[in-house]
Design a protein around this ligand. Structure first.
Ligand code: F6P
Length: 319
């Protein structure tokens, strides 16, 4: 069989280990491998090349993706999807692995049904917000980048009497903010999923400051769009001089952690095994309760990911 791999949407650490495993494992099973560069844009424009071991030498430890990625608006037009299909046909590709997030899977759902593509998606996004899976490739590395930044911010915060308001990524999902708050011992965590109880929070923080608290670390999820507002609020209501840090795209970089490398291997092996067994898979490989499983892409895209109640409860300390 001829198998192809591509990355779509936001890049994430773990993509390169998955790409390496894809080539190494497929060749071990005597399958041909192709790379599709620049995501769905490259699929439309036929940026497809045969891949071999030498293309993946020395990439295991590198963040981002050697295949590059894109967010393609053009792919939502039928004639571009038709071009993409013809490109796959011309190369004789009969199995496709896509590393991507929610938006990419929506596009692939349409595409694979329209043209009967044998496709398996690997959930890959730092946001960890794909329905149907507990874990998305790249989240662990991003959390470690955030942890390192927060540890450093705490160093300077504890050297002054100040509040630090730190915005983390996650699009509309508070997963990164909640986990970061737990592991950094932040005093405040504001996410889209939980209403911000200003009065209760102000009361608690004022009491803590009266009892000797000298600084505050507040983690705000970008989806709340309230970072600056909360910064001003803390300064005015609590009376602590406030500084704001937007961590931004550094959260998408960094060497993949051990966990992301191991997950990349497992996801990729599962995806290839399934493509080889199937003629028209339309699946995403997911990870839940320690097990990998293939589920219909429809199941993945039909609902929005919900942050587990256990995590939400961890920041519901004001109730
Ligand atoms: O989906 C990953 C992510 O990093 C989100 O957390 C963020 O909202 C978005 O991508 C940023 O996208 P871009 O790199 O296109 O600005």
């Amino acid at each position: 069989m001829a198998l192809a791999i591509m990355c779509s949407g936001g890049d994430a650490a773990g993509m390169n280990p998955a790409i390496k495993k894809f080539v190494d494992y497929a060749h071990k099973l005597n399958q041909e491998t192709y790379f599709i560069y620049d995501g769905l844009e490259g699929l439309i424009d036929n940026r497809i090349k045969k891949a071999s071991h030498k293309d993946v030498a020395g990439i295991m430890h590198i963040g981002g993706t050697i295949l590059r990625s894109s967010r393609s608006k053009r792919f939502f037009e039928y004639e571009n999807r038709e071009r993409a299909f013809k490109n796959l046909q011309t190369c004789g590709i009969d199995g496709l692995v896509v590393l991507g997030g929610d938006g990419s899977f929506r596009a692939m759902d349409i595409f694979s049904k329209e043209f009967n593509i044998n496709f398996v998606g690997i959930p890959t996004t730092i946001d960890n917000d794909i329905n149907g899976t507990e874990y998305c490739l790249g989240a662990d590395t991003a959390l470690n980048v955030i942890r390192e930044a927060l540890d450093k911010i705490r160093d300077t915060a504890s050297s002054f009497n100040r509040a630090f308001v730190v915005e983390v990524m996650g699009r509309n999902c508070g997963y990164l903010a909640i986990v970061s708050s737990i592991i950094s011992g932040a005093e405040v965590c504001v996410v889209p999923e939980v209403s911000f109880k200003k009065d209760a929070l102000a009361k608690r923080l004022r009491e803590e400051v009266q009892n000797g608290r000298r600084y505050i670390l507040a983690i705000i999820s970008e989806g709340t769009k309230s970072t600056y507002e909360i910064g001003t609020w803390i300064q005015d209501e609590i009376g602590l001089e406030t500084r704001i840090s937007i961590l931004g795209h550094i959260q998408r970089g960094g060497n993949p952690t051990v966990h992301d490398r191991m997950m990349a291997f497992e996801f990729t092996i599962g995806a290839i095994d399934h493509l080889l067994e199937s003629k028209n898979a339309n699946k995403v490989i997911v990870y839940n309760k320690g097990e990998f499983q293939l589920i219909d892409i429809e199941e993945v895209v039909s609902q929005t990911y919900q942050v587990p109640a256990k995590l939400l409860n961890a920041i519901n300390y004001l109730d």
